[in-house]
Write a protein that binds this ligand. Structure first.
Ligand code: TMP
Length: 205
C-alpha cells in the first residue's frame, strides 16, 4: 500500500510520518519510510538544487518540472520496487504538494501541474493520503523557530496562504483517497490516529 503524508509547512508531517513508520514496524508491518523531494541520490541532488536559498532566480515552471523529475526517479527506483515487494510505503509528500505549491501557490494552474505530474507518475497515485490540517499562520509560526530555512520556507505569507487554498482544492478533487487529521493535537494523538487509519485501509485492500 502506498501512503502519503501531506500538509503545509510546519504541519508536523515529517515528525508524524516517521513516528507512524516506527509504530507500524513495531507492530510487525513490513514498511519503508521515504520523502519528497528526495528519497534516493538523484532525487536528493535535485532537492538540493530546488531548495538552495541562492537559487532566487529559479523560474516557476523549472521548479515544477524539477519536482516532477525528482518524483519520477524516486518512484521508479524506490517506491515501485517496494510496492512490488508488498511493503507499505510511507512517503512524506508526493503529487499533492506540487498541485498545492506549484499549481496554486505559484499560480501555474492546478490542471497544468497535474498534467506534467501525470506524465511523471503514469497513474500511480497513492492508495491513501493523510492530510495534516493546520492554518497557514500556525504552520508558519512553527517554522519561524527553525535554524535552517529553505528557499520555500522563506516565501511570503501570501504564498503560504495560496498553498493552503491549493490544498483545499486537492482535498475536494481527491476526496476518495484523502483522510484529514487535525494537526493541532499532540504528536502521540496524531500518530495513533494515522496508524489506525492506515491499518484499517490495509485490512480493506
Ligand atoms: P519538506 O520541507 O516537507 O521536506 O519539503 C520541502 C519543500 O518543498 C516544502 O516547502 C514543500 C515544497 N514542495 C513543493 O513545493 N512541491 C512539491 O512537489 C514537493 C514534494 C515539495
Amino acid at each position: 500500500m502506498f501512503v502519503t503524508f501531506e500538509g503545509p509547512d510546519g504541519s508536523g508531517k515529517t515528525t508524524i510520518s516517521q513516528a507512524v513508520y516506527n509504530k507500524l514496524k513495531q507492530l510487525g508491518y513490513n514498511c519503508i519510510y521515504t520523502r519528497e523531494p528526495g528519497g534516493i541520490r538523484i532525487s536528493e541532488d535535485i532537492r538540493d538544487i530546488i531548495l538552495d536559498t541562492q537559487n532566487t532566480n529559479m523560474d516557476i515552471r523549472t521548479e515544477a518540472l524539477l519536482y516532477a523529475a525528482s518524483r519520477r526517479q524516486h518512484l521508479i527506483e524506490k517506491i515501485i520496487p517496494a510496492l512490488k515487494n508488498s511493503q507499505i510505503v510511507i512517503c512524506d509528500r508526493f503529487i499533492d504538494s506540487s498541485l498545492a505549491y506549484q499549481g496554486v501557490g505559484r499560480s501555474i494552474g492546478f490542471d497544468e501541474v497535474l498534467q506534467i505530474n501525470q506524465f511523471a507518475i503514469e497513474g500511480l497515485f497513492p492508495d491513501l493520503t493523510i492530510y495534516l490540517d493546520i492554518s497557514a499562520e500556525e504552520g508558519l509560526k512553527r517554522i519561524e523557530d527553525r535554524d535552517h530555512k529553505d528557499r520555500l520556507d522563506l516565501e511570503s505569507i501570501d504564498f503560504h496562504n495560496k498553498v493552503h487554498q491549493g490544498y483545499q482544492l486537492v482535498l475536494e478533487r481527491f476526496k476518495d483517497r484523502i483522510q484529514i487529521v487535525d494537526a493541532n493535537q499532540t504528536i502521540e494523538q496524531i500518530t495513533d490516529m494515522a496508524v489506525e487509519i492506515i491499518i484499517k485501509e490495509n485490512n480493506n485492500e
